[in-house]
Ligand binder design. Structure first.
Ligand code: TXA
Ligand code: MG
Length: 331
């Protein structure tokens, strides 16, 4: 496998990534990428990740012109406002797409595409030089936490990917927010660092949040059918007022186990843990560190403890990921 820095990608490197899959850095998480006009490379994404073929990919564009070439019809007014406020950045929007867009990207069934414009100017320049949008899901093995450093992606995918682009640790650390205007109205399909509150303020209307496929309902976001982000050591998510007592009780029941705690900086626990991972001072920092923390504690511990967050602002996205990672929710 080969590795190059994002800022040092030259003509020869671009040639190498043109026909095959590669790992690329974005501000959210690392992606396993391929040009949307390379069918073999697109199929490799699903094979390498072990991803079900009906789970569509996010498409990355570098300009509005590239966006217009993909979509059917005009950009809705609400999206126009969101694009002005949050692009380039960690917000994917669901558009009706042209029939010519590869069915592989669309998970074989959708007539829509999730599209975003990544924040890094260097990455957008790279997409510009390639001249074609890039499809990229997160560069983890399906079921593992998303990678926020190139090392995480290498740990999961190793030699299966011939080329890795290193852009340093991801600034946001959680996958993009996904918002769509669906038949049922305005829906946040995946919460992220662009928050529900920010989207509502920008379009001037309330939106609904549908982060879990409801029973008996066809999943609009097919990814919702599959279990995500699970480390192999069980994650215990503590909610409610008795969180500290409950933590202590489970600690005592498991006195021979190595327990790791993911904690907010400054929050004191009078419980002994073998490992302590500092998530940071506020929800923004916690978002950035949560996947790295899960990976690190997973390597070193038998059990992972974390206290729940409130659902305001970035809390909704953090709790969505913790809920998906948790084997046990203790209330
Ligand atoms: O931040 C991100 O979005 C990262 C980076 C690499 O850009 N990508 C990412 O991709 O998280 P992935 O494949 O791990 O998650 C994409 C989610 C999936 O849950 C998928 O089901 C949903 O987007 N999705 C894709 N196309 C869709 C569509 N047309 N309608 C509804 N959901 C869609
Ligand atoms: Mg993913």
């Amino acid at each position: 496998m080969e590795i190059a820095k994002l800022s040092e990608m030259d003509r020869h490197d671009i040639q190498k990534i043109s026909d095959d899959v590669f790992v690329m850095p974005t501000e959210t998480v690392y992606g396993l990428a391929a040009r949307i006009d390379r069918e073999d490379a697109l199929k490799s994404i699903f094979r390498i990740k072990g991803r079900p073929s009906d789970n569509p990919l996010v498409v990355h564009v570098s300009s509005l012109e590239m966006l217009r070439n993909l979509i059917a019809g005009d950009i809705p007014d609400e999206y126009q406002k969101l694009i002005e406020s949050f692009w380039p950045g960690p917000l994917s929007l669901i558009f009706r797409c042209k029939g010519s867009v590869s069915m592989t990207v669309r998970g074989g069934v959708m007539d829509t595409l999730a599209i975003r414009m990544p924040k890094s100017e260097t990455l957008r320049n790279l997409i510009d030089r390639i001249g074609v949008p890039l499809a990229a899901p997160s560069a983890n093995t399906s079921g593992r936490p998303s990678p926020t450093t190139v090392e995480h992606a290498m740990d999961d995918l190793g030699d299966k990917v011939p080329f890795y682009i290193d852009g340093g640790p991801c600034e946001v650390g959680l996958e993009s927010s996904i918002f769509g205007i669906l038949e049922s109205g305005y829906v946040l399909l995946r919460p992220g660092s662009i928050t529900r509150e920010q989207i509502e303020r920008t379009i001037g209307s309330p939106i609904s949040v549908r982060t879990k496929a409801n029973d008996g309902e066809v999943a609009r976001c097919p990814g919702q059918k599959y279990r995500h982000y699970s480390p192999s050591s069980p994650v215990y998510l503590f909610q409610g007022e008795r969180w500290q007592e409950n933590m202590r009780a489970i600690r005592v029941e498991n006195k021979n186990k190595k327990i790791g705690i993911m904690r907010l900086q400054g929050l004191e626990y009078d419980i002994d843990f073998e490992y302590s991972y500092n998530l940071g001072l506020d929800k923004k920092e916690c978002s950035r560190n949560i996947f790295a923390g899960l990976r690190l504690l997973d390597k070193n511990c038998d059990m992972i403890f974390v206290r729940g967050f409130d659902l305001c602002d970035e809390g909704l996205a953090i709790m969505d990921r913790l809920d998906k990672a948790a084997s046990f929710v203790i209330e």
